[in-house]
Design a protein around this ligand. Structure first.
Ligand SMILES: Cc1ncc(COP(=O)(O)O)c(C=O)c1O
Length: 350
């Protein structure tokens, strides 16, 4: 990009493109993108086939918003759909940031946050996680200035795993000015088993500045269709709707989301199965002597520091594709049952 005569925003010219995890290896396990190892239900495949692809969708998804609204006890206007929750994050940041705006979030956290903030014209203020790889909400509240336009709280935190407790989040909200947008990113909510964890749905209607973000990509197994949703006060969602790329939530995604909700029991039984696999993997890794922070999403974190790049190669040699953050650690998604033995074999070789 440096040689192009075309003038660009300098911060965009300097911005690396979002890097996906490595793709699958033959006879191996792709555990690099926190995907759901279960394939789609037949009913979902059928629903996707029903969508009229020669027509534009009604991208606001009124039927699905009604359905979600009924689940969460809110009106359809208090639900907003996006092509993945990452699209929603982007919309809210675009809606609140102007040059000089700051966005506070924990670090390390979801790797898309820095780029989304830069694209929105804001500046990232990254607050280090504590020694147990958890959000330090006191430090995050201390980092708020009159330039701050949004705070993102990710629970459970990707890639490290721990949740934010309900009590800590409540104390945090009491310190946050009411004119500052708080995005509670609960992409992995359904995998949480810690009873102390915050559940954004219990906070609906209590804070005029709080928006919950959830997704069909993880627990509901629809990552490839791109569907997420926000729940929050209507005027905040209207701002996101105003900046959304028109017509980006497909009819297929909406129908699939709706059918997934109708099969909640089946899909949440799969989530329970994934949680069981998570327990086996965490126990196995700890048994090998690794430090593993509390894993409440569909992934585990190995804080390997300088050994990360070498560990990534060892996993790869064993046919396990993990997500490595050089110098920091390795995130391993919870995959097929059989992947546990392979991951432990590779880990033992580290
Ligand atoms: C914390 C977090 N938020 C949001 C997302 C975005 O998910 P999607 O856009 O598929 O809904 C992810 C995906 O990995 C994530 O880890």
């Amino acid at each position: 990009m440096a040689d192009s005569p075309v003038r660009m925003r300098p911060e965009i010219a300097a911005l690396p493109a979002y890097k996906q995890g490595r793709q699958a290896v033959a006879d191996g396990y792709k555990l690099s993108s926190n995907e759901n190892p279960f394939g789609p239900l037949a009913e979902i495949v059928e629903a996707v086939g029903r969508a009229e692809v020669n027509r534009y969708p009604d991208a606001s998804g009124p039927a699905l918003r009604e359905q979600l609204g009924a689940r969460f006890g809110v009106s359809a206007q208090e639900v907003h759909l996006g092509a993945g929750s990452v699209a929603l994050l982007s919309q809210f940041l675009l809606a609140v940031c102007e040059p000089g705006s700051e966005v506070v979030y924990a670090w390390r956290s979801f790797e898309a946050y820095p780029g989304l903030v830069t694209v929105a014209g804001g500046t990232s203020v990254q607050v280090p996680l504590d020694a147990e790889a958890r959000h330090d909400l006191d430090a995050m509240a201390d980092a708020i200035t009159d330039r701050t336009r949004a705070v993102i709280v990710c629970t459970p935190n990707n890639p490290t795993g721990p949740i934010v407790t309900a009590a800590a989040f409540e104390r945090f909200m009491a310190r946050v000015p009411a004119d500052l947008l708080v995005l509670l990113d609960e992409a992995y909510f359904e995998f949480v088993r810690d009873p102390e964890a915050v559940d954004g749905s219990t906070l609906i209607g209590r804070h005029p500045n709080l928006v919950l973000l959830r997704t069909f990509s993880k627990a509901w197994g629809l990552a490839g269709l791109r569907l997420g949703y926000a729940i929050g006060p209507e005027h905040l969602l209207d701002a996101a709707r105003a900046v959304a790329v028109p017509l980006s939530v497909t009819g297929q995604a909406q129908l699939a989301g709706s059918v997934a909700l109708e099969h909640e029991d089946l899909l949440l039984a799969r989530v329970e199965d994934i949680v069981g696999t998570r327990t086996r993997l965490v126990d196995g890794l700890r048994g090998l002597g690794f430090t593993v922070p509390d894993a409440q999403g569909n992934f585990v974190w190995l804080p390997l520091g300088d050994r990360t790049a070498a560990a990534d190669d060892v996993f790869h040699e064993h046919g396990v594709v993990v997500r490595a953050f050089p110098g920091d650690g390795v995130r391993i998604s919870i995959g097929e049952h059989e992947s546990v033995a392979r991951v432990l074999e590779a880990a033992a070789a580290l």
